[in-house]
Design a protein around this ligand. Structure first.
Ligand code: ADP
Ligand code: MG
Ligand code: MG
Length: 890
């Protein structure tokens, strides 16, 4: 026979927190607290298996459940001396929801079950307080009617408001016994009018009605949406806990409250919480009355006139502090508790791990470790790596006024303000005039890349978290809000309309990539300050991780950020990003549009000193740490001039006619640029481009060594190879340049030459590639595109469906597709290591900043991950967690 019901109370329990899956978080922890001898009203929990049964059997309960519930009610009677439904000494209970994962406020609770016209009199008699009894009864009618029968709260609230108005009463606490009796009569009459039958008087009907309603609340739209957002499976189900009532509404020595063992926003070790005298249940959070501080210290700090619990109820306060200390020590984590004081006696009603800001999480983890409460591995595991993002980017000042005009997806974190522009070329122009802009597009495409680069932030009205805009912005470390669907953009008029406000080009706008908010005007911001605890926790993480963490950095600015965040090198420097800046783009365009090698070489000669200076600066910043430079990768027409003005400028520089230039540009267009003339194919066909880049790199290395005495650690790699033949040719070109520069400079030049692995063929040919390639770096963005034949820029329209339908477990551009792409990676690692056992293998795609993917990369034996600079701390922490998890598994 299945055990459906688990009791707890009086220092004992049939389960505990270990049975969380069966009893839910709330039920499990109540049982645990009872076991610890803490003051918990007795009760029992109906398991999540009953929930599963309920939904699998047309909302019927198992036949033997009723008997188990009766016997458990008997257990409560044994402890309390009261009996459910009894006319003399009635037991009242609550029916509470609780799943294994915390879903605060998403499901329902019914308090004061067992009250009817007879038991209410007994409650009045036994407590000597008829006012309290009728206050409880009116609460019960309203809550039951709402939760079990779906009657709106406001119907009852209006009756109460009307009554108070007539009597000239402001606060509920001023109502007398007579007042509550009158309200109860009106509530019942109203109930009967709506339902066509009197309010249920049978306590058993009430109880089962409430149990059914709590199970039903598992499927209410709020709960379903919450689960969807937090990846909680519907199959978990909720448990239902039935618990003897204790009353915070029994007069001025009774109270109800919530408290944290540490401050959840700063992490400071201080009791933090609020309470209300003569109140019940959710009154504290409902906001009808202003709650009071629990401690004197908080009252003084908040300059509150209302007395604290510490001064009003000193005994209950003293017990609360000791119980909370006990709970924190027991669970070894910051706790969030609910409690009630009934006539001076403290009762605990809930304890769970408290939610906290990431700043608080770091402080708590470090301080708990220093207190000896937890060990470093637990401290490391306690921080969600992604939550660090909140700390790393500039954020809107929380005190600043905000006028939100739309909300989209928080696609790339950080906040930015600037003038609105609607096209990429305007963004570039204003940027070069020293202005700050927000690029607003319906959606972006590779043609917008220069404008995105120039903008402070990007806003799109279409597209999801892996749209082109989102991916590129994250790669650039720029704030982005995508898919803000309520905004209407009119490119022709250069306006956008949001929340009834029309914005023109040049108007100020702020976007908050952390929340997806779009705000009018320029909102105040503050730069992140990294706390001492951040540094300490990162050091602990670094001590346990096995994989190296590098950054993808293209500019000196990126490189400095990367070092500040602890990057151990640059794993990907995209040289084309250096081409975007200022007047360089004109030279790049000359180079691309040249009709022959001589023309190209002339343009490349102009670019050489600029690239050399870039590399010199980058090497200097990185001071001997490895710098992996990728030779030119993107399809050339990404750089082409588009507007009239742009074409005219290049035509003039090249002394050719604009018509001729336009024609040449048209020749370069491709049907499928992602699979077109790009990657190492450029170096094969135009070796002079790779030669110029190699020369710039080597001369930069010589220069920095002469200047600083520290040799650069240069790693050059070639993108998009399909096999050894191709790779070896480019390697030979680069080697020739290295020898030439070494001879000219009379210096030795040390570098290693490797390849990106981003095609399935390269994975399969990795054994041969490793014979000459000195390192591999997986470009998992392209590898995902090429393995799945899925264009990242075009997948937005159907990928969501694939994930929703469970065809793919997650968006493969966000979390590595382990079964497909992952197997190619494993093959490449195995074959590569067979030829060259010590080969260094890294990954530099977007996945390098994704904690789930990082765990996979560690398990397949990669040497390092390289992610965007702002993701470096996240990757350091995730790599440490992966190392700890792997250690725990063996
Ligand atoms: P939620 O998950 O929404 O917090 P709870 O089940 O915790 O719902 O209950 C809501 C409120 O009712 C809480 O403030 C809780 O402390 C209070 N409450 C629940 N059961 C009892 C009880 N047996 N006696 C007194 N108060 C209770
Ligand atoms: Mg609660
Ligand atoms: Mg690539």
């Amino acid at each position: 026979m299945t055990k459906w019901v688990y009791t707890f109370g009086q220092g004992e329990a049939e389960g505990g927190s270990d049975l969380k899956n069966l009893l839910g978080g709330k039920g499990g922890n109540l049982a645990e607290m009872a076991r610890l001898g803490l003051p918990v009203p007795p009760g029992f929990t109906i398991t999540t298996e009953v929930c599963t049964y309920f939904y699998n059997n047309g909302k019927q309960f198992p036949v033997d459940l009723a008997e188990a519930v009766e016997s458990a009610l008997g257990f409560i009677s044994g402890v309390t001396g009261r009996t459910y439904g009894d006319a003399q000494s009635p037991l009242l209970v609550s029916a509470r929801s609780g799943a294994r994962a915390s879903m605060p406020g998403m499901m329902d609770t019914v308090l004061n079950l067992g009250l009817n016209d007879i038991t209410v009199e007994a409650l009045a008699e036994n407590s000597g307080d008829a006012r309290f009894a009728y206050d409880s009864y009116r609460r019960f009618i309203q809550m039951y009617a709402n939760v079990v029968l779906g009657i709106e709260h406001h119907i009852f609230e209006t009756i109460l408001e009307y009554y108070k108005q007539n009597k000239g009463i402001a606060l509920d606490t001023e109502l007398t016994e007579g007042g509550w009796r009158a309200i109860v009569a009106e509530f019942k009459a109203r109930f009967e009018k709506i339902q066509g039958r009197p309010f249920p008087q049978d306590p058993r009907e009430q109880l089962w009605g409430a149990i059914g309603a709590v199970f039903e609340s598992w499927m209410n739209p709020r709960a379903v949406a919450y689960r969807w957002l937090h990846d909680i499976p519907a199959a978990y189900g909720t448990a239902v806990t039935i618990q003897a009532m204790v009353f915070g509404n029994m007069g001025e020595t009774s109270a109800t409250g919530v408290a944290f063992t540490r401050n959840p926003s700063t992490g400071a070790k201080e009791l933090y919480g609020e309470f209300l005298l003569n109140a019940q249940g959710e009154d504290v959070v409902a906001g009808l009355r202003t709650p009071q501080n629990i401690t004197e210290a908080a009252r003084i700090a908040g300059r509150s006139q209302d007395p604290s619990m510490e001064s009003l109820l000193p005994d209950a306060y003293a017990e609360l502090t000791s119980v909370m200390a006990h709970l924190e020590a027991h669970y070894r984590d910051m706790q969030d508790v609910e409690f009630t004081v009934e006539r001076g006696k403290l009762w605990m009603l809930q304890s769970r791990s408290g939610k906290r800001t990431s700043k608080a999480a770091l402080r708590i983890a470090v301080e708990m470790t220093n207190e000896g409460l937890i060990g470093k591995p637990e401290a490391i595991a306690s921080i969600d790596p992604l939550s660090l993002e909140q700390l790393l980017h500039p954020a809107l000042d929380p005190r600043a006024a905000r006028q939100i005009v739309a909300t989209g997806l928080p696609a790339s974190p950080g906040a930015a303000s600037g003038e609105i522009v609607f096209c990429a070329s305007d963004a570039e122009q204003l940027k070069s005039a020293g202005r700050k802009v927000i690029l607003v597009r319906i959606e972006t495409s590779p043609e917008d890349i220069l404008g995105m680069h120039a903008a402070e932030g990007i806003l799109t009205t279409r597209g999801g978290m892996t749209s082109h805009a989102a991916v590129v912005a994250r790669g650039m470390g720029k704030p982005c809000v995508s898919g803000a669907g309520t905004i209407r953009v009119n490119y022709a008029k250069e306006t956008m309309t949001a929340a009834g406000v029309t914005f023109r080009k040049g108007d100020m706008l702020t976007i908050d990539g952390a929340t997806g908010q779009v705000l009018k005007g320029a909102v105040e911001m503050h730069q992140p300050e990294l706390s001492g605890e951040f540094t300490i926790l990162m050091e602990w993480a670094d001590a346990v991780r096995r994989m190296g963490v590098r950054a993808n950095a293209d500019t000196p600015r990126d490189a400095r950020v990367a070092r500040k965040f602890g990057a151990e090198g640059i794993g990907l420097c995209r040289t084309e990003h250096m081409f975007f800046e200022g007047e360089r783009i004109v030279m790049v365009r000359e180079m691309i549009l040249a009709e022959d090698e001589a023309g190209r070489r002339a343009a490349l000669a102009k670019l050489l000193p600029i690239q050399r200076a870039d590399f010199t600066e980058l090497f200097e910043i990185m001071a001997g740490l490895p710098v992996t430079i990728r030779l030119l990768d993107p399809p050339l027409h990404e750089f082409l001039p588009r507007s009239r003005d742009e074409i005219a400028a290049v035509a003039e520089a090249m002394s050719v006619s604009p018509e001729k230039l336009t024609q040449r540009a048209a020749e370069l267009q491709e049907y499928n640029p992602m699979l077109g003339f790009r990657g190492c194919r450029l170096a094969i066909v135009f070796p002079e481009i790779a030669e110029m880049q190699a020369r710039a790199i080597f001369e930069g290395a010589v220069a920095v060594k002469r200047k600083t005495g520290v040799a650069a650690r240069v790693e050059i790699m070639t993108p998009l190879v399909i096999g050894k033949e191709e790779f070896d040719r480019i390697k030979a070109q680069v080697e020739k340049v290295a020898l030439a520069v070494a001879a000219e400079a009379t210096e030795t030049i040390d570098y290693s030459f490797g390849t990106m692995i981003e095609t399935p063929r390269a994975c399969l040919r990795a054994g041969e590639l490793a014979q000459t390639a000195e390192f591999f770096s997986f470009g998992t963005n392209d590898l995902t595109q090429t393995c799945l034949a899925l264009s990242r820029d075009d997948a937005g329209s159907f990928l969501g469906e694939y994930v929703a339908k469970g065809i793919l477990p997650a968006n493969p551009f966000a979390t590595i597709d382990q079964e497909g792409v992952g197997e190619f990676i494993e093959i490449a690692v195995a074959r590569g290591r067979q030829s060259r056992p010590e080969i260094k293998i890294g990954i530099c795609g977007e996945h390098a900043g994704d904690p789930a993917s990082i765990a996979f990369f560690q398990d397949v034996g990669l040497s390092y991950v390289s992610c965007s600079p702002f993701r470096v701390p996240i990757a350091r922490l995730a790599a440490a967690q992966a190392a700890l998890a792997a250690k725990a598994a063996t």
